[in-house]
Design a protein around this ligand. Structure first.
Ligand SMILES: Nc1ncnc2c1ncn2[C@@H]1O[C@H](COP(=O)(O)OP(=O)(O)OP(=O)(O)O)[C@@H](O)[C@H]1O
Length: 251
């Protein structure tokens, strides 16, 4: 077995005594695709915040490529190879699709004003490749602000990929998307795994099923269980947490 790319060891986060995460352990191997689910308040956002350095753990260790991230500033962690896609798209609305991607492949090396004109041949190829993986070639010269919500989500994912992170953290990418866009997003993330390690947080169970990846269930800041979608959906603890039923009520 290869060394994990990311390892959270006994992570606890206390907000004034309230434990948003408690004794959380999780590891991801290079190239893995992992889905993380959990009811509202389970600690999913806090968990991402701990990985990206936005929130410091009260206890525990975050190891990435064999080094500890605890105490490392957010921008530095991003540069070490962790990209995060927030729930709502954060693209530059007034710039075109190509220009957004040009920024992603050059940042932070070149000034903004250069944009497409300043790209070398390799970077141009990369922008075209990125448009290809999210199927936005025909929208190359469209302002990002005129894209559909789903297309903006894909553009932002392509922008993250353009920065070539080892680990991609993707937070609720399909909220507000059509069924077709949801399926395409699942296929996109599956295609990125292998070259990247991808961790996806979502509530949409059909989407998670389509990812066809191991699933980690969080509950009250702790890993409740891990397994395939079929395994976790059949787990009585998961059913209880999601549906609020108990064995007495069922039986
Ligand atoms: N800064 C904070 N101060 C106090 N409590 C917080 C803080 N941030 C989060 N919490 C609490 O920690 C718990 C976990 O929150 P978190 O946002 O990580 O959950 P989540 O699983 O992402 O929820 P959702 O699915 O609703 O986004 C919640 O009970 C939340 O109210």
């Amino acid at each position: 077995m290869t060394q994990p790319l990311l390892e959270l060891r006994q992570i606890t986060v206390s907000f004034d005594g309230f434990l948003a995460l408690r004794d959380l352990n999780l590891s991801l191997h290079p190239g893995e695709l992992r889905a993380v689910i959990g009811p509202n308040g389970a600690g999913k956002t806090t968990f991402l915040d701990v990985i990206t350095g936005k929130t410091a753990p009260t206890q525990g260790q975050v190891m990435f490529k064999g080094r500890s991230l605890v105490g490392t500033r957010e921008h530095r962690i991003a540069r070490l190879g962790i990209g995060r896609k927030f729930q709502s798209p954060r693209v530059f609305e007034k710039l075109t699709v190509q220009e957004n991607l040009a920024l992603a492949v050059t940042r932070p090396k070149q000034p903004w004003s250069l944009l497409l004109g300043g790209l070398n041949g390799e970077q141009r190829d990369r922008v075209h490749h990125l448009m290809g993986i999210v199927n936005l070639q025909s929208r190359a010269d469209w302002a990002a602000g005129s894209l559909s919500h789903g297309q903006k989500q894909w553009l932002e994912i392509a922008m993250l990929v353009g920065q070539d992170p080892d680990l991609l953290l993707v937070d609720e990418p399909v909220a507000g998307l059509t069924d077709e866009e949801t399926d395409l997003t699942a296929d996109l993330l599956k295609s990125l795994a292998g070259n990247h390690t991808v961790l996806v947080i979502e509530h949409d169970m059909e989407f998670i099923r389509r990812l066809d990846s191991p699933v980690t269930v969080l509950h009250q800041g702790h890993v409740l269980c891990e397994g395939t979608m079929d395994q976790v959906q059949a787990d009585p603890r998961v059913i209880e947490v999601y549906l609020g039923t108990t064995e007495e009520e069922n039986g």
